[in-house]
Design a protein around this ligand. Sequence first.
Ligand code: AMP
Length: 216
Amino acid sequence: MKNIVFVAAPAAGKGTQSDLLVKKYGYAHISTGDLLRNEVASGSEFGAELKKIMESGSLVSDEIVTELLRKRLECDDVNNGFILDGYPRNVAQAETLDTLLESLGKKVDVCISLDMDMDTALKRALGRISCPQCGAGYNKFFDAMKPKTEGICDNCGSTLISRSDDNEETFKTRFETYIKSTEPLLDYYKDKGILDVISCNGTPEETFNEIESVIK
Ligand code: AMP
């Protein structure tokens, strides 16, 4: 299976599409946002520092995130193909990633950009809810993504929660950070000939069908 990098604006659907790919094909899903949120949930002082940065909408330092990623890439499950969701976030991270993967005898096979306009991304962010128990994601503003019972996880019945950085003010900073730091990555992967841009203003299933045609 291919090693995939997702590049997308906040709330464009990287997590949702990753979950669908994991379910159908068994990819290893590496989300640096999740790795950081695990640190925050541990309740450590370091986690409290990370929380402040993440809630401001800025990026955590390259060194910290790269170290978390390096450890994760040592796990055996990445050998059968992985999805990187949220890393790289800038060109320096993309270069570090290439070096890191080369030392492990691996490479990025395809970069999938999920293209979404800012207003839709904002609506997605403000409606995003997820299950703290099983990780399933939903959206209260989009019919195709609503849970069957309002506020309750379809899979395990837990109460759904919102992310603390999914508010309008933080979203705008995160979107600006995306345009300034992350969007230049599209040229980086285009120059390597491995960029595919997919419009994701439709339903998650429509986007997933397009992604499948790219990875096959
Ligand atoms: P995400 O779950 O990918 O939306 O990430 C949530 C937050 O975690 C971001 O707004 C950043 O503060 C931080 N973060 C996640 N991945 C990275 C990364 N590769 N580099 C720097 N900060 C990151």
